[in-house]
Design a protein around this ligand. Sequence first.
Ligand code: ADP
Ligand code: MG
Length: 738
Amino acid sequence: MRKGATQREGKAVRASALGRAREGVPAKARPAAASAPSLKAKLAKLGIQREFDLVLHLPLRYEDETRLTAIAAAHEGAPVQVEGRVIDSQIAYRPRRQLVCKIEDASGLLYMRFINFYGSQAKALAPGALVRVFGEVRPGFFGAEMVHPRYRIVRADTPLPAALTPVYPTTAGLPQSALRRLIEQALAHAELGETLPAHIPARFGLPAFRDAIDALHHPRPGEDARPLIDRSHPAWQRMKLEELLAQQLSMRLHYRERKSKTAPALKAAGALTAALKQRLPFKLTRAQSRAWAEIERDLGASHPMHRLLQGDVGSGKTVVAALAALRAVENGMQAAVMAPTEILAEQHYRKFSEWLAPLGVQLTWLSGSQKKKARAAAAADIASGATRVAVGTHALFQEGIAFKSLGLAIVDEQHRFGVQQRLALRAKGSAAEGSQAAGAASAEPHQLMMSATPIPRTLSMSYYADLDVSLIDELPPGRTPVTTKLIAAERRDEVLARVRDACREGRQAYWVCPLIEDNSLTPEAAAAAGRTQRRPSRQQAEALQLQNVIDTQARLAAEFPELSVGLVHGRLAGAEKAEVMAEFAAGKIQLLVATTVIEVGVDVPNASLMIIEHAERFGLAQLHQLRGRVGRGVADSVCILLYQKPLGELARARLKVVYESSDGFEIARQDLLLRGPGEYLGVRQSGAPLLLFADIERDLELLEAARELVPQLLQEHPECARRHLARWMAGKSELMKV
Ligand code: ADP
Ligand code: MG
């Protein structure tokens, strides 16, 4: 949620700008007065592209100009409308140039003050003029005054408006009055008939579409404004249901469309998957087996799988991914495994090599930090098909990398990748078009996405409704629950003692230092906002973090001369990083000081103590991920959240959640409540139609209803469904395909 703007304002403006401001719109559909490019651009900022978008541009709040209040009865703090005759009007020069205008009605006197004004205004507000003034009264130097009120010169018989005055979300340079006029024009000839079969609104006791629109743009005088403002009014409910139905319909159609595309059917063809299962030192958990069965079924079909494998930190997603990769190999096709960080990709490469190389599968490593020559060799193997499984960072899907026959793309920690990378991934599918292997001519690769950040139910019902989801809801046996402790930084000595004890007993510990932010823009937040981070600030932050982590390592090494204290951070070269991690995994390093590079996926079972410094600076998902690095072996594990006082409200709330819960789903739910859905949607934002009016948490009942109604709507009223989508989604369909 954007700070500063009210929540609703922020949501409405941002969501609409993202959701709608992209498509070209046929000239005919453009708002009539949008001929000046600047107006068109301003409207686009508000998400208004078509004339109908003006109809759907609903007020944030209302002002009551249907009544006049006596000047003497106008109280501070609430906006009122008064009417009076100008009895004096002067341009004053002290303390600065301003227009001061005294008006009078039967009950009293009021000053209007304008710091900015035109000469024409001063002229019009001459003594004798009758003005209707809307604003808030406050005590001034001479008496009650309104500063910069809205006013209108009227005649004694000028009628009062018959409805509350809507206040619309707007943007700089577009005054309410102009926006109102445009909306009124649009309303005058918009087609407001029903798109839904009558029984749907009837079932919920909701008004007709036309009536709902009218009630929201022109509420009756005397109408209680509260349900209109908090959006509980039946007219709002109708709009929310409309919008949710459109979203659910489009997600459903998107899903169907994918099912109609072709992908290579990867059959249970060879012995590789069976061989891997046999060689594993453990048995798959029931949840892993179930997930694998679901994936296996999808891979065997001849349309692209888009499946999200969800499982809490440590639930064992990697081995399921390895089985899937082998299934592609068994079918003579390639698989690609992509991870968001080099350390994680490297770890996957090692894990996959350990599991797959003995089966004779050729693996290839590819990353951005690789030397040119190594990279060219990797690219050549990938292109010739010698590579069966390629593992790496997003460099895998950059230009210059062409797969001979990509059957499956596996994306770990998918929520960390941005839109661009998802697009690149899709493009690789078409690059494999010429492939004569198992697939048809225009085959797309299957996609398996993995995430330890569970998507809260409301999100998976809405924005993620087009994905299939497999859930690993069980941890492998023998895990010990992690005890979480919150300790203020001044008690650091106690923490040091714990570290010493743990290492003396042969266990290992992580010491994680925070990213020091100069503008509180985390990479996740930046990705979520669809921006790449501004270079200088990112670099500064990294430099600070680097210094901090190096200092911390030096201090801890001095503190514990008897221990081997390692250091890992993002600036180390890939090989160095890998070496440190290998030493830690082998127990040669006892205490590892690290940045968040170890946040995802790192797996060293003997590490049982996690210290997170400045825990108050981390996000909820990050804290949960970091904590998940311990509790992987037999020893009792502890995660210590060291925090610096004083704690801000949000930081306190986050720490409380992590302290109280170890359930990834609960944490994700709380995270959603604390942050709003925006940041979850980093990957989705260009793909999923965003909601302007409905709030998936607050309007859960309507969301559920919409979801239930969609199959019936498509089945029994396809024409209604088509019209409904056209009304709500025109121009957005392309966006839904990402
Ligand atoms: P995540 O789901 O967080 O990616 P990993 O795939 O890294 O988890 O698995 C965590 C650890 O659990 C790894 O060491 C992995 O080898 C191990 N593991 C996975 N499945 C099982 C299982 N069924 N039984 C025992 N250990 C398992
Ligand atoms: Mg993992």
